[in-house]
Design a protein around this ligand. Structure first.
Ligand code: ISL
Length: 515
């Protein structure tokens, strides 16, 4: 008698999931004050579940003076009143779970707000017990900043002088976002506690903001090429030790919470290194996932996307890591804006949702939202990112389901791009069909991915699992092209449910099954 074959372990939930990012100020307005809130999100949970995604990533909703709209946290364990209350958050967690959705929160470990009690105390004197929780240094010999790092926002050094104590504090972003000193064990422990606070309330994980920054070399050496931003260069061994500590916190929970990290590093293998070198018993594990932003930097062009698809899959094989894919988020122009047409944005959805990777969607892309045009007197973000944060139009007519006066203007044609508008409805239907297809077809989630050599403006790839196989082809060009493939179009940007006639229309993407 042959031995029963061991059943393969099912993939972890975060490899099979599609995540949906919500920027809370812009998603839905529950109380009519023109700023999105938790009550608004709770009302829309059925919409999100029906879309067919599996998990939410909620950008920060913690107490904050909002200099960077929540990426400057003054209390990691409470909800800012503009968004609601802790009770609302508990309701949102329960509502998500009732609808079969997981919910992950945005954890901002590199810096706090200047209003955080830890920094307020740190500022009181050089001898304050919290002084070492932040990065304080004496001035350079000329009295200037301690090194040549520049802040991400504004044209300024990454250091601000505290006149009272005569020392500078480090802030890689705004002066209102002082960097924490993760080399102090009390900081590490206090930040672990903030994770436990939310894990105990049932959240399913976190997105970790600029995670490659936490383990800065205490020497804080100058950048070798002269003054500049350190965000894309800081890559220290200490961060890996810190991430292993964070992972232990997560692994102590039975519901298998995950962490995806924003790793702002671009050399091959750098991002994958933040997943750790995992031993047989799971030791050495760091992040579960790391964002891959390469697709957000590619223009609508066959060669560029051919390279990105190959690079992401190639790194996954070479570094034995599970990839992520994303086209838009709250920091960059939306892909509908970058590619310049609804047709291209629809094709991009086909491309995104047929990758062997965990996709991250940005709320509003399912409605084909471009960026809003922001008049100079309406600019609010210090990083110039208001356009991609325009409120989501929920109804065809103004004020589109929001209070009369919103914190940012709507996109042009907002009504047409609402779920009931012509463009919104058809794109929403496409996303729903693609997401349901991905949910029903393991080959599209975890099947092997192999490139098809088609040439010209067409990029194609095959997804295979056992006997199930799908060919996906995208025409990046603006003329119709013959494609030497046969099959039925199971889903596509422009048509579906018909046999493929061997010609791909301009900007068209199709998913084919072999006849
Ligand atoms: O936004 C950017 C460019 O306009 C990026 O350089 C961004 O600063 C970088 O990706 C880090 O982003 C994250 O941390 C920031 C916050 O402002 C961003 O919203 C967040 O995604 C500081 O917390």
């Amino acid at each position: 008698m042959s031995e029963p074959s061991a059943k393969p372990m099912p993939p972890p939930w975060w490899q099979e999931a599609v995540f949906y990012q919500i920027y809370p100020r812009s998603f839905a307005d529950g109380n009519g004050d023109g700023v999105g809130d938790l009550a608004g999100i709770i009302d829309r949970v059925p919409y999100i579940a029906e879309l067919g995604v599996d998990a939410i990533w909620l950008s920060p909703v913690f107490t904050s003076p909002m200099h960077d709209f929540g990426y400057d946290v003054s209390d990691y364990c409470d909800i800012d009143p503009v968004f609601g209350s802790l009770a609302d958050m508990d309701r949102l967690i329960a509502e998500c779970h009732d609808h079969g959705l997981r919910i992950t929160l945005d954890w901002v470990p590199n810096h706090t707000s200047i209003d955080h009690p830890w920094f307020v105390e740190s500022l009181t004197s050089r001898d304050s017990p919290k002084r070492k929780w932040y990065v304080w240094r004496d001035p350079a010999p000329d009295g200037g900043p301690p090194n040549n790092w520049r802040a991400e926002f504004g044209d300024m050094p990454a250091w601000t002088l505290d006149e009272a104590s005569g020392q500078y504090y480090l802030h890689l972003f705004l002066p209102e976002q002082p960097d924490l000193n993760w080399h102090h064990p009390d900081v590490e422990e206090a930040m672990h506690d903030t994770l436990r606070f939310w894990l105990d309330r049932g959240v399913d994980g976190f997105r970790a903001d600029v995670i490659n920054l936490i383990g800065k070399d205490p020497g804080l050496a100058d950048l070798p090429d002269g003054p500049g931003k350190a965000l894309t260069t800081i890559d220290e061994p200490a961060t890996h030790r810190m991430l292993r500590g964070i992972r232990k916190v997560l692994d102590a929970y039975d519901h298998k919470p995950m962490m995806v990290g924003e790793v702002c590093l671009y050399r091959p293998g750098q991002t994958a290194s933040y997943l750790g070198v995992v031993g047989p018993d799971g030791e050495g594990a760091e992040l579960h996932l790391a964002f891959d932003f390469r697709a957000t930097h590619a223009r609508w062009d066959a060669d560029r996307f051919g390279e990105v698809i190959d690079a992401i899959q190639g790194d996954s094989v070479e570094f034995d890591s599970w990839p992520t894919w994303t086209l838009s988020n709250h920091d960059r122009r939306r892909h509908r804006q970058r590619y310049g047409s609804d047709g291209r944005a629809r094709s991009a959805a086909v491309m995104l949702l047929t990758q062997r990777a965990t996709p991250y969607l940005y709320a509003g892309e399912e409605l084909c939202l471009p960026d809003a045009t922001i008049p100079p007197d309406a600019v609010v973000d210090p990083g110039g990112r208001d356009g991609c944060r325009a409120p989501i139009p929920w109804t065809e007519d103004a004020p589109f389901g929001w209070g009369e006066s919103t914190w940012l203007p709507f996109v042009a044609d907002a009504g047409l791009r609402s779920p009931d508008g012509v463009i919104g409805a058809s794109t929403l239907a496409l996303y729903r069909r693609l997401l349901h297809l991905r949910r029903n077809e393991p080959a599209l989630r975890r099947g092997d991915q192999r490139r098809l050599e088609l040439g010209g403006p067409v990029v194609g790839w095959t997804r295979t699992l056992g006997a199930n196989e799908f060919d996906i082809v995208v025409n990046f060009g603006d003329i119709a092209v013959p494609v030497d493939l046969v099959g039925d179009i199971v889903e596509g940007s422009h048509r579906s449910g018909v046999a493929f006639d061997g010609v791909l229309q301009p900007d068209e993407a199709v998913i084919l099954t072999r006849p």
